[in-house]
Write a protein that binds this ligand. Structure first.
Ligand SMILES: Cc1cc2nc3c(=O)[nH]c(=O)nc-3n(C[C@H](O)[C@H](O)[C@H](O)COP(=O)(O)OP(=O)(O)OC[C@H]3O[C@@H](n4cnc5c(N)ncnc54)[C@H](O)[C@@H]3O)c2cc1C
Length: 831
């Protein structure tokens, strides 16, 4: 057995095996896969093997699409038939809302080149008469996916991996991980049978590996403990049943008809497929419990839990309703196995927090579908440094240290029973909330705030009359909350609004090496003391890793503000970069002060008047004037008794200040501002209105326009990139050129809907030219607005384009950047 390898992959399920295969395929010669038991003995062996292309996320759709294509190629490469039945997938809709969901999905599918078609109930009935269709609105049909044998596809990938030089070692468990500064020393223990259990023996070896990947499935909690990190991947019980033959189905097939597609009755939380003349019914029911929160017992190997029929009775009855001929079929077999989940349903794929050369591929709930694509894109990240798609939505650092076992377990249960709910883009999930609250939470709630969940924080989305039900207000079109967001956006444009931005990520970087470091780390010139700049930290591939507002507090002290959803993700990148560069630049101190500072953004033409009421200054009349407090500067001010680091910026594009204040004084400041704002008609404003307003100013948002698949030049932000200086990722950014360009569009869309930022963009001849990354409503232009990326050749201002919404193309036009107040007159206004 080798003891020195380039990469050690831990876990021989579908995911680990695919990663090993793809690392070898990408050119790494010395790859080893370690499995504590047998290949596929985790969740993989009992999966139903469905490979749905359907997915609401851009990155995951790419991953699933790769898998489906890759699995089709495996037999030619390995000679092993993985049993891929390309029977197609029929997602049925019982309601118009469900059709709306599919229409939103369909536009995303187009941006990823995933083919799909619509089917009417009559078309379904004509093709598959056993399916009851009288209560259906329609269906979305993928004819290129289907189901596969999970064990066989894993064995095929294992054979392909071996052919490419991967060593696969079974009955060895990776037990302890030690980073020696350049390599991982992984202590591995030989596993042996004892009374039916799999237990560690006394035989150990140490494998030295430059890179380690963990794909440990249901063992993720044990892996996390061994690595000293947190991974919110905890399994939930998942059941499917296999039914005896259905004579009607047997007859249907005997007549020469093709196999039924996988039939997804999302409104009945179930999927059905054929199995040897009978049916398999899989369900996502309510009440499925999380399991193995603290590890998998030695006694649980390729095992199952007892069937809980009562829990799935409703879905069983719904199946009989959908396929009445199965009513008489008995139960032949059942599977109740652990299926790994994460709080948001996305797996954790990428660099582990705080560790070097440690990669995670954990928490897969659609692991058979995702294995191929995960292996492909993770191998790109490891071998090339970046994947060709932005993998941030799957990044293991999207949860911070605030995450606990209890949170993960309860959230994962919720995620499981939400698999088939309507995935409204304005959805907010209730479990484990409220958890991270800024002090003003109670006050905001008392004023009607409807909160969104951002990295655990409760952040007001909008304010509505007391008793308003956010759940019932959700829609794929304009939800019941829309009018409140309109009023809030107007208040900012015409009067003044107060926005809670406490969730922002905040770091202090200081010390003798801080200036040289940040100059290298970010793209823009560093600001002078007391000034601020918008700037970008790049990946080694020259794409955007983080957007920062940098405030220079003193010669060698900087305050960095970045997106609230990405605290651990940003902190990890910053800390690792500092560690790498400290020897070169001198001592640098990094403090994550996110939870020490609250932030209120006050914005609107009357913002100065409100602050003037409460500012304590020798000359309060001039304290906020352009002369004493110019745009893009920062000052320590006093509002009543609250010391405030005020920054004159406004993400809404109006006159405004961000008021960074000690978090323990937040309620005092809230009351002070609320009272001062009364006579100026100040309105509390939520994140939804803010999101619309920033699009009128073409302000890019991290995670939407800004991410690891585009450079700041492609984001069309050259004014924040100083090409005169040297910075991390510069050469790579320049070499990329402009592959696509960020634009803002005004849309003459449907009367009752705005885009969500996932829609496909077309030219006037119907050729796809790009996609939206943001969308919403513009109160300034009284129509829908969006931002997105198009091919550079069609990015010119004035170009007429079309946006796919609700299955139709709607006219739109590319407008100049910052269509609202392009000269920034409102922001700069003096007083
Ligand atoms: C009933 C059921 C039906 C399902 N149906 C589908 C479906 O239709 N489609 C779909 O896409 N997904 C389905 N799934 C989910 C799917 O099974 C999983 O997502 C997938 O198998 C996860 O693969 P994995 O490689 O991540 O984990 P696993 O298959 O669990 O593999 C992890 C492996 O790591 C090994 N390991 C752990 N720790 C160590 C260590 N320290 N050292 C060495 N080895 C270690 C384990 O022994 C195990 O073999 C289903 C799940 C269930 C329960």
């Amino acid at each position: 057995m080798k003891t020195n390898v380039k990469a050690l992959v831990v876990g021989g399920g579908a995911v680990g095996t695919s990663i090993a295969y793809h690392l070898a395929k990408a050119g790494w010669e010395d790859v080893m896969l370690l499995e504590r038991d047998e290949l596929t003995s985790g969740s993989t062996w009992h999966a139903a093997g469905l490979l749905p292309l359907f997915n609401m996320s851009f990155a995951t759709t790419h991953i699933h699409k790769y898998s489906v294509e890759f699995y089709k190629s495996l037999e030619a490469e390995t000679g092993l038939n993985a049993g891929f039945a390309v029977v197609g997938n029929l997602r049925m809709a019982q309601t118009q809302e469900r059709m709306d969901e599919y229409m939103l999905y369909a536009s995303t599918a187009e941006t990823c080149d995933v083919p799909y078609q619509w089917m009417t109930p009559d078309e379904i009935k004509a093709k598959w008469p056993l399916i009851r269709t009288d209560d259906l609105k329609g269906a979305l049909y993928h004819n290129t996916d289907g189901y596969i044998n999970p064990a066989d596809v894993t064995q095929a990938m294992a054979k392909g991996a071996r052919q490419r030089g991967v060593a696969i070692e079974r009955k060895w468990q990776a037990d302890a991980f030690h980073w020696n500064g350049t390599h991982w020393e992984v202590t591995c223990v030989k596993m042996v049978e004892k009374g039916g259990n799999l237990v560690p023996s006394d035989e150990t070896i140490v494998i030295t590996a430059e890179h380690v990947v963990t794909a440990s499935g249901n063992h993720a909690q044990t892996t996390a403990r061994k690595l000293g990190i947190k991974i919110p991947a905890i399994p939930v019980e998942h059941q499917f049943i296999v039914m005896d033959q259905d004579p009607a189905l047997v007859e249907f097939r005997a007549a020469g008809n093709v196999e039924h597609p996988v039939v997804r009755d999302a409104d009945a939380q179930s999927y059905v497929r054929e199995e040897r003349g009978g049916w398999i019914l899989g369900v996502y029911e309510k009440g499925a419990p999380a399991v193995f929160e603290y590890g998998v017992p030695d006694s649980f190997r390729a095992d199952l839990f007892p069937l809980d029929l009562e829990r799935i009775e409703e879905q069983y009855m719904a199946m009989i309703h959908r396929i009445p001929s199965c009513e008489e079929s008995g139960l032949k077999d059942d599977f109740n196995g652990p299926i790994c989940y994460t709080p948001d349903g996305n797996p954790m794929v990428g660099a582990a927090p705080g560790l070097r050369n440690m990669w995670l591929a954990e928490g897969f709930s659609f692991g058979i579908t995702a294995a191929g694509g995960t292996g492909y894109y993770l191998a790109q990240m490891m071998v090339d440094g970046e994947a060709e798609i932005d993998m941030a939505s799957l990044d293991p650092k999207r949860y911070g240290d605030w995450m606990t076992t209890e949170f993960a377990a309860r959230k994962n249960e919720e995620c499981y029973d939400h698999v088939y709910i309507l995935h409204h883009p304005d959805e907010e999930r209730p479990a484990c909330r409220p958890l991270r609250c800024s002090p003003a939470y109670d006050r905001q709630a008392a004023r009607g705030a409807q909160f969104g969940f951002v990295n655990g924080w409760e952040r007001p989305n909008y304010y509505a009359p007391m008793g308003f039900n956010d759940h019932d207000a959700r829609s794929f079109r304009r939800g019941g909350w829309w009018q409140y967001a309109v009023e809030e956006a107007k208040a900012v444009r015409e009067g003044v609004g107060l926005i809670d931005a406490t969730a922002f990520t905040k770091h202090v970087v200081k010390g003798p090496g801080a200036t040289a470091f940040l100059d290298w780390f970010t793209t823009n010139k560093l600001p002078r003391v007391g000034r601020i700049n918008l700037t970008y930290a790049l990946t080694a591939h020259g794409t955007t890793r983080t957007e920062y507002t940098i405030v220079r507090m003193s010669e060698d002290e900087y305050y960095l503000v970045s997106a609230g959803a990405w605290t651990a993700y940003d902190a990890d990148f910053l800390r690792k970069a500092v560690e790498d560069k400290e020897a070169e630049f001198g001592r640098i101190e990094v403090q994550n002060v996110t939870t020490q500072w609250g932030v209120f953004a006050i914005a609107g033409p009357k913002a100065r008047a409100v602050l003037a009421e409460v500012i304590k200054d020798a000359e309060p009349e001039t304290a906020l004037s352009n002369k004493r407090f110019p745009w893009l500067s920062a000052k320590k001010i006093e509002l009543g008794m609250c010391p405030v680091n005020a920054i004159r910026v406004a993400y809404t594009g109006e006159l405004g200040w961000e008021l960074h204040h000690p978090i323990e004084m937040q309620n005092y400041l809230f009351d002070l501002l609320e009272k001062a704002g009364e006579k100026h008609g100040m309105k509390l404003v939520g994140a939804r209105a803010q999101n619309w307003l920033r699009q009128e100013k073409s302000y890019r948002a991290f995670g939407n326009e800004l991410g690891r698949d585009a450079t700041p030049v492609e984001a069309d932000l050259p004014r924040f990139v100083d090409l005169e200086k040297d910075f991390h990722g510069k050469a790579e950014m320049v070499a990329k050129g402009v592959r696509s360009k960020c634009v803002t569009v005004l849309i003459d869309g449907p009367a009752d809907a705005d885009p969500w930022g996932r829609e496909a963009l077309y030219d006037m001849d119907g050729n796809r030219i790009g996609r939206l990354t943001s969308g919403g409503y513009s109160v300034a232009f009284e129509k829908s607005i969006g931002m997105g990326y198009v091919r550079p050749a069609v990015a010119e201002v004035g170009t007429k384009v079309q946006v796919k919404m609700l299955d139709k193309l709607w006219p739109a036009v590319i407008v100049e950047d910052s269509p609202y107040d392009p000269k920034n007159a409102a922001i700069r206004i003096d007083g």
